[in-house]
Design a protein around this ligand. Structure first.
Ligand code: NAD
Ligand code: ZN
Length: 350
């Protein structure tokens, strides 16, 4: 076995290098993983381009990557449910397990969360990586490693749809047809939504959404949010029961509120500017609930089942593939987000 651990390390803004680091040793309740597939997320690109997301600042070199699947190479002494050779999806955030949030099951809100590629924690875009064994989920033989890696964004969608209370027969508005909007589309459909309309400013992303099962699309133009909401109502036959906002754009969050029926729910997945202007009285007097989401908790097993049973097909999301050595090229492709680019996937071993 090689002793080298080629890793994609972000040193500072626009300075992403491939360097060898030592292969880590698994602690008692950890596994050593031979990394297989790692998807590039918007946040990885954001750290590369800006060096920070909000209060999370890259102050020392950090390995990127958190949408990942790998093969167990070695298990720590305390690990009983996994063995060498098991193929696993890696839930990238490990919480403290003892605080009130963790005990209450909302571990995504844990203040001690160690999340891959969120400073100061290293990610897993590397050849070898150790992780808490109970945050690794064994994949059935018929699932690919790429599908395992895509359980990460899919878990965001599962959490968003759960927080929204998506259920059978509902009309859903999804704002933004990037990777996250698209996995929300797939998940809402799997959870029984009868009709989904999805918006974007990019025609090509809406084309992809149609092929993934969107019933209606709305190319968002210069129109104001209230006019757009009328267009949503015309297409759906009424305003939406639930709206899942996945762009973070102010105009889109305004549409999310105006486009939701009275008594409905808006879930804010997209994270844009910290403070924006929204029609808050309109939401208040129509009892439209506005709920945020932060990543996910207890969603990986569900995401895995959705894919394993064929309820959701995430494979069409992958549009580009690169090797670990080609990481910078892969990031340039993800950053350009040219027409037709959805998910860029990296193979850690050729
Ligand atoms: P993305 O940038 O690839 O997709 C955003 C999409 O929104 C793009 O297709 C873009 O064309 C579209 N868009 C931009 N302005 C719009 C507008 N006014 N109306 C409609 N669509 C518009 O990003 P992504 O990877 O799909 O992630 C989406 C958002 O979700 C990001 O803001 C990201 O930070 C956020 N996110 C949040 C969480 C969380 O835990 N809350 C987790 C993952 C991602
Ligand atoms: Zn905790």
């Amino acid at each position: 076995m090689t002793t080298e651990n080629l890793s994609a390390i972000l040193h500072t803004v626009n300075d992403l290098r491939l360097e060898n680091r030592p292969i880590p040793q698994p602690k008692e309740n950890e596994v050593l993983l031979r990394m297989d597939k790692v998807g590039i997320c918007g946040s990885d690109v954001h750290y590369w381009v800006n060096g920070r997301i909000g209060d999370f600042v890259v102050t020392k070199p950090m390995v990127l990557g958190h949408e990942a699947a790998g093969v167990v190479q070695e298990v720590g002494k305390g690990v009983t449910h996994l063995k060498a050779g098991d193929r696993v999806a890696i839930e990238p955030g490990v919480p403290c397990r003892t605080c009130d949030y963790c005990k209450g099951g909302r571990y995504n809100l844990c203040l001690e969360m160690a999340f891959c590629a969120t400073p100061p924690f290293d990610g897993n875009l590397a050849r070898f990586y150790t992780h808490a064994a109970d945050f690794c989920y064994k994949l059935p033989d018929h699932m690919t490693m790429e599908e395992g890696a895509l359980l990460e964004p899919l878990s965001v969608a599962v959490h968003a749809c759960r927080r929204a209370g998506v259920t059978i027969g509902q009309k859903i508005l999804i704002c933004g047809a990037g990777p996250i909007g698209l996995v929300c589309l797939l998940t809402a459909k799997a959870m029984g939504a009868s009709t989904v309309i999805i918006t974007d400013i990019s025609e090509s992303r809406l084309e992809v959404a149609k092929t993934l099962g969107a019933d209606h699309t709305l190319l968002v133009s210069q129109n104001d949010a209230e006019t757009l909401a009328q267009q949503v109502a015309e297409k759906l036959g009424s305003l939406s029961d639930v709206t899942i906002e996945c762009s973070g754009a102010e105009s889109s969050i305004r549409l999310a509120i105006f486009g939701t029926r009275s008594g409905g729910v808006v879930v804010l997945v997209g994270l844009g500017q910290a403070e924006i202007k929204v029609p808050i009285v309109n939401a208040a007097v129509r009892e439209v609930d506005i709920r945020g989401i932060f990543r996910y908790a207890n969603c990986y097993p569900t995401a895995l089942q959705l894919v394993a049973t064929g309820l959701v097909n995430v494979k069409p999301l992958i549009t580009h593939r690169f090797t670990l050595e080609e990481t910078v090229k892969a990031f340039e492709t993800a950053r350009a987000a040219a027409a037709g680019t959805i998910k860029v996937m990296i193979s850690c071993f050729d």
